[in-house]
Design a protein around this ligand. Structure first.
Ligand SMILES: C[S@@+](CC[C@H](N)C(=O)[O-])C[C@H]1O[C@@H](n2cnc3c(N)ncnc32)[C@H](O)[C@@H]1O
Length: 385
C-alpha cells in the first residue's frame, strides 16, 4: 500500500477517509437492500487540507465517489435507491470551493451545500434530510466544542440515523489538564456533563475515562437503544492519540460491521504511520533508516492484539453457561462495545476456548479456523464443566 502523495503530512486524514469510505460503502450496500432513499450529511465539510481542484483527498469527494459506486452496484442488482448528500461549510473561501466543485461534479448523487454555522443550520439540515430517508451524519470539526451534546442533540434524536463523530482527544485532554481545566470548564461541562476527575489515572486510563464519559453522554442523546464504539487515530509519527472516531447507531449489526472496517483500517494506519515516520526521519537525518536517531519520545502505547486475548477469554467465560445459549448479533455487538475489541479478536478468544474443550458450539459441524460462532445463525454455545 502506498500513501497517495496528496495525503503526505495529512496521514491521519487518510486513515479517517479510509474508515469513512470503507464503512459508508458497507452501510449503503446493507441499507440499500430495503431503503428507498439514503442521505449523507457532512456537517463540517471543508474542503480542507487539499488545494487541488479535484479535492480527491477530502471527505467531500470521497463520500460522493462511494455513494455513486454503491448506487451503481445496487442498481445493477435491481435496487434503485435515491442517494442525496449535503455539505455544510462556514468559511467563505472553503464554501466557494465547495460550491464550485459540486456545481461541476457530474454524479447521479443529488448534492447540495449550505453555508453557515452548523449549529444555526440544524433545523434546515433536518428538513433537508426529511423523515423517511436513512441518514448518515459525519461530524468532523477542527476542535472539540462543536461535538458537545447540546450542539448535536436534535440530530442525535432523529430516528433511522447513524453518526461518525470526531472526538478531538488531544485537544480535550489539553483542556482538561490541571493548568487549563478552570478556564475551559464551560466547554468541558458541555462535553461531558461534568468536569472529569482524572487524578491518579495513567495516560491510558485517562484516555479511556474521557472517551467513555463522552460516548455515554452522546448515547444519552440518541436514546435507550443507542450503541457506540470508537476507533483511535494516532499521531502519524508519535504513539499518541490525535482523535477518536466515535460511531453511534441503534443497530447492533452496525457495531459489528463498523468494527470489521476498523480492523482493516488498523492495518492501513500501521502502514501509513511507518511511512510517515520514515519520511520524517529522512527529512531530519537525510537517511531513510527508521532507527537512525531514535529519540524514544513516544508516550502512550497501543494495546497489542495478544494482550487482548486473556480479558476476552474471561469475557466469554462470563457469558457462557452450562445451559446452551444462542449467540446473537446483539450479544456480539455488546461484547464489542464493552471490550473495544475487533470481531476477529473476539472470535479468536472463543476459538482458543473451544480448542481447549472449555466451550462447545453445539451448531458447528467440523473444525473451524475462524468464525467459531456465526452470530447471524444464532448458534448455541455451552460451557463444559
Ligand atoms: C476538519 S475540517 C473538515 C474536514 C473534512 N471533513 C474532511 O475530512 O475532508 C472542518 C471544516 O469545518 C469548517 N467549520 C468549522 N466550524 C464550523 C461551523 N461551526 N459550522 C460549519 N463549518 C465549520 C471549517 O472551516 C473546516 O473547513
Amino acid at each position: 500500500m502506498k500513501l497517495p502523495e496528496r495525503y503526505h503530512r495529512h496521514e491521519q486524514a487518510y486513515v479517517k477517509h479510509e474508515l469513512l469510505s470503507g464503512y459508508l460503502e458497507v452501510l449503503l450496500m446493507i441499507i440499500g437492500q430495503w431503503a428507498k432513499e439514503i442521505v449523507y450529511i457532512d456537517c463540517f465539510a471543508g474542503p480542507w487540507c487539499d488545494d487541488s481542484d479535484d479535492i480527491e483527498g477530502t471527505s467531500i469527494a470521497r463520500s460522493i465517489a462511494i455513494m455513486q459506486k454503491a448506487r451503481d452496484s445496487l442498481a445493477s442488482a435491481g435496487k434503485y435507491v435515491t442517494m442525496r448528500a449535503l455539505y455544510i461549510e462556514r468559511d467563505d473561501d472553503a464554501y466557494t470551493r465547495l460550491q464550485n466543485y459540486l456545481a461541476t461534479k457530474r454524479t447521479a448523487v443529488e448534492t447540495q451545500c449550505l453555508k453557515g454555522d452548523f449549529v444555526e443550520l440544524r433545523d434546515q439540515i433536518l428538513q433537508w434530510a426529511g423523515s423517511r430517508a436513512f441518514a448518515f451524519f459525519f461530524v468532523d470539526p477542527k476542535g472539540y466544542r462543536d461535538v458537545a451534546l447540546p450542539h448535536l442533540r436534535p440530530l442525535l434524536e432523529r430516528p433511522q440515523s447513524e453518526f461518525l463523530i470526531n472526538f478531538m482527544y488531544s485537544f480535550v485532554n489539553m483542556a482538561n489538564s490541571d493548568k487549563n481545566r478552570q478556564a475551559f470548564s464551560k466547554y468541558l461541562l458541555e462535553l461531558f456533563g461534568e468536569i472529569p476527575v482524572v487524578d491518579g489515572l495513567s495516560p491510558v486510563e485517562r484516555e479511556d475515562r474521557l472517551l467513555s464519559l463522552y460516548t455515554d453522554r452522546v448515547k444519552d442523546g440518541v436514546g435507550p437503544d443507542a450503541r457506540a464504539t470508537a476507533v483511535k487515530v494516532l499521531d502519524p509519527t508519535k504513539d499518541r492519540t490525535k482523535y477518536h472516531l466515535v460511531y453511534l447507531t441503534r443497530n447492533p449489526l452496525g457495531i459489528i460491521k463498523f468494527m470489521e472496517q476498523s480492523e482493516r483500517c488498523a492495518i492501513v494506519q500501521e502502514r501509513v504511520r511507518l511511512d510517515a515516520k520514515l519520511r520524517a526521519k529522512e527529512e531530519r537525518t537525510g537517511t531513510g533508516d527508521l532507527f537512525a536517531d531514535d529519540d524514544g519520545d513516544d508516550s502512550v502505547s497501543t494495546m497489542a492484539a495478544t494482550d487482548f486475548q486473556q480479558p476476552l477469554r474471561e469475557h466469554w467465560l462470563g457469558w457462557v453457561s452450562t445451559v446452551p445459549k444462542a449467540f446473537t448479533k446483539e450479544d456480539f455487538a455488546s461484547m464489542i462495545e464493552t471490550t473495544g475489541a475487533y470481531p476477529s479478536q473476539i472470535q479468536m478468544a472463543l476459538g482458543s476456548l473451544i480448542s481447549e474443550g472449555r466451550i462447545q458450539n453445539l451448531d458447528s459441524r467440523g473444525k473451524r479456523r475462524k468464525n467459531f460462532v456465526h452470530f447471524s445463525k444464532n448458534e448455541r454455545l455451552v460451557l463444559f464443566q
